[in-house]
Ligand binder design. Structure first.
Ligand SMILES: Nc1nc2c(c(=O)[nH]1)N[C@H]1C(S)=C(S)[C@@H](COP(=O)(O)O)O[C@H]1N2
Ligand SMILES: [Mo]
Length: 357
């Protein structure tokens, strides 16, 4: 990434500018099974583009038998599906790395779960007829900008086998309402299980190609790299993570938490793009114990958990960590990488427990 080198320095004005455009989900919103749209996290690389839904078209082209040019009404006329999907930005946790990669400075809030409605991508691909030799599909958005000195339309590809999974949607609604401008109106891609960069917003074309796509967001950004010179490995599925609703009440400025002594129900959510969540543990001052799992919300959405804590006066550190059915567990020490991708280090919440007042 032709960006700035990682730093231990104070947050820069560039990072602050990104942080005020791209908001996280306040962690107390982990209480909702489905995140209210206005609380869902947001990440937009360039500007939210001006798209007129009445003249907008989706072009399906490249190695297809029947190129298509679909209006929004054409897309909406097809049988619709709705699924709850947890999205997370691949850069979530970046600002907690040492040294800190300079980009959108996420702590842990770049998450949300919505009910997405739309048309299975494979139905539209079926109508276009993918020709032999097609290897990947390239999804291009209507937004445009410069990143790493490269002028570009935001574009990402998916291998054909991924694109044909039945749960991959061309979504025109979020939580039962038409997509809002910031979430990709009028149509976006939703790829359950994959980190956010795959979920192309303001989608305007889908191209079947026979060579691996080498666009900036594929071959330069979104890679697990050791350093700037390392080509690295592509970022794909969401790594396992649990987060806790910070208990008690906060200090305005420091966000330090205060909890009254006694019985406290700790609650949160856990998810993984690789396999279902199998276990969540909670640690009070470093001693891990199993939390109770709630029924899953869906195959592609987070799962609730709870843990009854008897809070005793004093300073305590609360943590949670998840393990998925494939055996992936969250690290307790950082796996540093140059772009700050996939940092699923366990969350630690310091709390001050006050005796009865
Ligand atoms: N066209 C386009 N799609 C995009 C992006 C973008 O900048 N442009 N950002 C991606 C990234 S990095 C993330 S994390 C998700 C965020 O989706 P949301 O803002 O709806 O939560 O959108 C993805 N899709
Ligand atoms: Mo992202």
């Amino acid at each position: 990434m032709a960006g700035k080198a990682p730093t231990e320095g104070p947050l820069t004005a560039d990072e602050l500018q990104l942080a005020t455009r791209n908001r996280g989900m306040p962690l107390e919103a982990l209480r909702y099974d489905v995140t209210p749209t206005g609380l869902h996290y947001l990440l937009t690389h360039f500007d939210i583009p001006a798209v007129d839904p009445s003249s907008w078209r989706l072009e399906v082209k490249g190695r297809v038998e029947h190129p298509l040019s679909l209006s929004l009404a054409d897309v909406r006329a097809r049988p619709a599906h709705t699924i709850a999907v947890t999205l997370e930005c691949a850069g979530n946790g970046r600002a907690r790395l040492h040294p800190r990669p300079v980009s959108q400075p996420w702590l842990v809030e770049a998450i949300g779960t919505a009910e997405w409605s739309g048309v299975p991508l494979r139905d539209v691909l079926g109508a276009a007829g993918i020709l032999p030799g097609a290897l990947e599909l390239v999804f291009t958005g209507a937004d445009h900008g410069v990143q790493g000195d490269v002028e570009q339309d935001y574009a990402r590809s998916l291998p054909l086998a991924q694109a044909l999974r039945p749960e991959v949607l061309l979504a025109y609604a979020m939580n039962g309402r038409p997509l809002e401008p910031q979430h990709g109106a009028p149509l976006r891609l939703v790829v359950p299980g994959w980190y956010g960069m795959a979920q192309v917003k303001w989608l305007r074309s889908i191209e079947a190609v026979s060579e691996p796509f080498e666009g900036y967001q594929q071959s330069v950004a979104y890679r697990y790299q050791d350093d700037e010179a390392d080509r690295g490995e592509p970022v794909a599925r969401i790594r396992v993570r649990a987060l806790m609703i910070p208990p008690g009440y906060p200090d305005f400025l420091t966000r330090q938490r205060y909890v009254d002594a006694g019985s406290v129900l700790l609650q949160g959510r856990a998810w993984s793009g690789a396999a279902p969540v199998a276990r969540v543990e909670v640690a009070v001052d470093g001693r891990w114990e199993d939390a109770e799992l709630e029924p899953p919300l869906g195959e592609h959405a987070w799962r609730g958990w709870r843990y009854a804590w008897r809070a005793t006066p004093g300073e305590h550190a609360l943590s949670c960590r998840a393990t998925d059915a494939a055996g992936n567990a969250q690290p307790v020490q950082q796996h540093w990488n140059y772009q700050g991708m996939g940092n699923n280090l366990v969350q630690v919440i310091p709390v001050t427990v006050r005796s009865g007042r």
